[in-house]
Design a protein around this ligand. Structure first.
Ligand code: ZN
Length: 104
């Protein structure tokens, strides 16, 4: 199975309460079809104090989103796009934007 979205990709969320948000993919859980996107779908969590001198409080942690809610972001089209895989003669695979035909 070839995943369309990989770690380090820039994606845009197309549904749910994070709709319209862009970010970098930090982790992909391929079995669950989910990915964690930087700065998207944040929840506040209690920060555990590691030492007495450290201040407690909240930190914001991104929760995984289903891959079906996000699309690869094409900088050329400036929006989320569908992609296809092009295989070159030397068998290297490139993801190509279906709209502008440029490699992402
Ligand atoms: Zn494009």
């Amino acid at each position: 199975m070839s995943l369309k979205i990989k770690k380090g990709d820039k994606v845009i969320v197309n549904s749910g309460k994070s709709k319209g948000k862009k970010g970098k993919v930090l982790t992909v859980f391929s079995a669950k079809q989910r990915a964690v996107v930087e700065g998207v779908n944040l929840v506040k969590k209690h920060k555990r104090r590691k030492s007495e001198s450290e201040q407690g409080g909240f930190e914001e942690i991104p929760l995984p989103l289903h891959l079906s809610t996000m699309q690869l972001f094409c900088p050329n089209c400036n929006k989320g796009v569908k992609t296809k895989i092009e295989i070159a003669k030397d068998k290297t695979k490139t993801r190509v934007c279906k709209k502008c035909q440029k490699a992402i």
